[in-house]
Design a protein around this ligand. Structure first.
Ligand code: GDP
Ligand code: IMO
Ligand code: MG
Length: 422
């Protein structure tokens, strides 16, 4: 399969978990390279639903090595809980999971600050997952973060944490929030550090050793292109580089060793949290929510929904260098008479064929639509591209062409078998 980076081409929740699970069959190693437990990647195996937050989705297949890379911020309490939850469901988690010693640690003061900053912002809030992601990456950039290598050394943890709690408690108090108990946090994090120690290694060396043995690596993106700290709708973004470049910095695998980029996108658009979403449409949202779909895998929030936005996905193809497209949730459009696709934006007299980088400008953009005929028939049982209705094939071809990448997978349901290779 060669080294493949898989990224979300929209605003997250594109179905990356499902596609990772499918592609893992041909990979040796799956690596998460960015984000934290703000991610929620859903995989169905038979009737069993798994939601992965920090552990790579490849864990559900036997004999695959899963790596949490240096670019990730890991909440150790949440990671321990996730490992225990997977084991309870019969998933083997042991030597098949390795955590980078240089990944940064999320502490309770990060979560508390995340929540407090949202309150302070009031109507301008980002709508974060409140998992402490922004403050944890902030500490990393400010060079005051603790890494996994600090977490697993009790004496070092105590010394560094003591200083961090002092500073952060002063900030929390000034915001009117309750200070944290150093003793309690230390005890909890020591226990988590002890539990996680056997999983910890130098993952940069591990990945390079594996590449020398010609292992095929799948890089599991989290979030989506428009949540990228640099390329997304700032400030309504997450705090990491979710785009393809993040796979290099977040793992230590250099750019020239990457062979292919797969972009995952829904056949329509969703977003959870605040910020511009040009094609947002309440009728589609109502239709999808009535089907029980489009509720967040991490926070349970109802996702905002809209028509497919090819201006956005074309931009994503450009920024990530997407070679192949996996289009998911095609079946979500099965009942529609007509389907709209956004092909440009208009703001006053200006027409945009790309995504303006200023979120305020984007928020003022109106979509320019073209219409497609719906297929008005269930697609869930289609096994091949040929079995899909002709209108569905026309729609898929059109959105792939507008995105400027090759159609590779069409997904017509959450199950492994509901995957059509084109
Ligand atoms: P991720 O964060 O990109 O992994 O996506 P999420 O798991 O948060 O959300 C995607 C949702 O769509 C999950 O509930 C998946 O089970 C579901 N899903 C993925 N592909 C398909 C599909 O082709 N059809 C349907 N009906 N559901 C899908
Ligand atoms: P997966 O990997 C969808 C969104 C939040 C918020 C913004 C910032 O499942 O696609 P944060 O907690 O990261 O500071 O929140 O980013 N967000 C996601 N939206 N899918 C995700 O992950 C997300 N992770 C963060 O809703 O708007
Ligand atoms: Mg998700």
């Amino acid at each position: 399969m060669a080294n493949t980076i898989l990224v979300g081409a929209q605003w997250g929740d594109e179905g990356k978990g499902k596609i990772i699970d499918v592609l893992t069959e041909d990979a040796d190693i799956v690596v998460r390279y960015a984000g934290g437990n703000n991610a929620g990647h859903t995989v169905f195996i038979g009737k069993q639903k798994y939601v992965l937050h920090l552990v790579p989705s490849g864990i559900l297949r036997p004999n695959k090595l899963c790596v949490i890379g240096n670019g990730v911020v890991a909440d150790p309490l949440s990671l321990v809980e996730e490992i225990q939850g997977l084991r309870k469901l019969g998933v083997k988690v042991g030597a098949n999971l390795v955590v980078s010693e240089t990944a940064h640690v999320v502490f309770p003061y990060h979560r508390e600050l995340d929540a407090q900053r949202e309150v302070l912002k009031g109507r301008q809030k980002i709508g974060t997952t409140k998992r402490g992601i922004g403050p944890a990456y902030g500490d990393k950039a400010a060079r005051v973060g603790l890494r996994i290598s600090d977490l697993v050394e009790p004496a070092r943890l105590e010394e560094k944490l003591s200083a961090r709690i002092k500073e952060n408690n002063a900030v929390l108090k000034s915001l009117g929030a309750k200070p944290l108990s150093f003793k309690k946090v230390l005890a909890e994090y020591r226990a988590a550090g002890k539990y996680l120690k056997p999983f910890v290694a130098n993952t940069v060396v591990l990945l390079h050793d594996a590449m020398r043995r010609r292992a095929d690596i799948l890089f599991e993106g989290a979030q989506g292109t428009f949540l990228d700290l640099d390329h997304g709708t700032y400030p309504f973004v997450t705090s990491s580089n979710t785009t393809a470049g993040g796979a290099c910095t977040g793992t230590g695998v250099p750019p020239h060793r990457m062979d292919r980029v797969v972009g995952v996108m829904k056949a329509y658009t969703t977003r959870v949290g605040e910020g511009p979403l040009p094609t947002e449409n309440p009728e589609i949202a109502d239709m999808l929510h009535a089907m029980g779909r489009e509720f967040g895998a991490t926070t349970g929030r109802a996702r905002r929904c809209g028509w497919f936005d090819s201006v956005a996905t074309r931009h994503a193809a450009m920024v990530n260098g997407i070679d192949d497209l996996a289009i998911t949730n095609l079946d979500g459009l099965d009942t529609l008479e007509t389907i709209k696709v956004c092909v440009a934006y208009r703001r006053g007299k200006t027409r945009y064929d790309f995504v303006p980088s200023d979120a305020q400008v984007l928020a003022g953009c109106e979509p320019v639509y073209v219409e497609f005929e719906g297929w008005r028939t269930p697609t869930n049982d289609c096994k091949t591209f040929k079995q899909l209705p002709s209108e569905t094939r026309a729609y898929l071809k059109a959105i792939a062409e507008l995105t400027n990448a090759k159609l590779f997978i069409a997904s017509v349901g959450p199950a492994r078998a509901q995957t059509i290779f084109v």
